[in-house]
Design a binder for this molecule. Structure first.
Ligand code: GTP
Length: 272
């Protein structure tokens, strides 16, 4: 009953990532966890339209403002009574729909000044069992590169006087329950190396086209094309934080495969 009268959540997260990564499965799980009574089920086949889900942060997950809270803190009781809710926009991952939906949604949300639609973070989901395939890796890294470029442009356009807070990105390394899954550390290395390649060939393309120096520096991710790309370099250059954290949507109920989605919820908590 308390949940029904609670004010609508004002924190928004955007869920991006290639087709089949597990985005719809994740949003369905979040909704089920937040209102176990409702039996809403989303289509598990390839999504064609983005959907908005409301999720509840488990009371035991700390937020940035209460991270030093102890277990017998009265605010924990309050959190149980009145849990923090947030919204997740699930977007279709199919290549043809990315520009018109995922990236368009990102641009609109990232630039919005309306506090009600403020974007707190981006979750970029990947299937860690599929990344051993070269073309899947390429496709995934290309999408991630384009997403980070949007965030970089936003970071650069924010006037330096009233510095905008940069939107952080979580690479949710999903399907860790599968024995063919790459561990998060390897996922990070592969994505960084592949983004580096994409960046190099893009830079070369721009140079060839202009036959001079690249004028539009913004177009190159993390600027310094002399240095190998890494998420650390991106953070240094732009302030955008990228974390790669493993988990499994499938394993969440069984508590069998590591921490399920718990560590992603902890990341969400730190954005609130
Ligand atoms: P699009 O809607 O096309 O963008 O894909 P999606 O990212 O929404 O993927 P979806 O949620 O439809 O999941 C794709 C498949 O992966 C489904 O069969 C899921 O059941 C499966 N899946 C999702 N998460 C996990 C997981 O943690 N482990 C395993 N083994 N399978 C998973």
């Amino acid at each position: 009953f308390f949940q029904a009268v609670a004010s609508p959540p004002s924190s928004n997260f955007l869920l991006l990532g290639p087709s089949g990564a597990g985005k719809t499965a994740f949003t369905t799980l979040l909704e089920a966890k937040s209102s176990p009574a409702s039996n809403k089920s989303h289509t598990t086949h390839t999504s064609q339209q983005s959907t908005l889900a409301t999720a509840t942060l488990p009371p035991t997950v700390p937020t940035a403002s209460n991270r030093y809270r102890s277990d017998n803190d009265p605010s924990l009781k309050e959190a149980i009574r009145n849990p923090i809710r947030y919204r997740v926009r699930d977007t279709p991952g199919h290549g043809k729909l990315r520009v018109s939906q995922g990236l368009a949604e990102l641009r609109a949300m990232a630039l919005s000044k309306d506090i009600k639609t403020k974007l707190r973070g981006v979750l970029f989901m990947v299937d860690t069992a599929a990344l051993v395939d070269e073309s899947t890796l390429r496709d995934t890294a290309t999408y991630l590169h384009d997403v980070l470029l949007v965030l970089q442009k936003r970071a650069k356009n924010g006037s330096s006087s009233k510095r905008t807070t940069e939107i952080p990105l979580l690479v949710a390394a999903n399907k860790q329950d599968l024995f063919t899954a790459l561990p998060p550390g390897a996922v990070k290395e592969k994505l960084e190396a592949e983004i580096d390649r994409i960046r190099q060939s893009k830079n070369k393309g721009l140079l060839d086209a202009a036959e001079t120096e690249v004028e539009d520096e913004e177009e190159i991710l993390a600027n310094d094309d002399q240095e190998t790309f890494s998420f650390k370099l991106l953070e240094f250059e732009t302030g955008i934080k990228v974390e790669v954290v493993g988990g499994a949507v499938k394993g969440d109920q069984e508590e069998e495969f590591g921490s399920g989605v718990r560590r992603w919820e902890e990341w969400v908590g730190m954005c609130l």
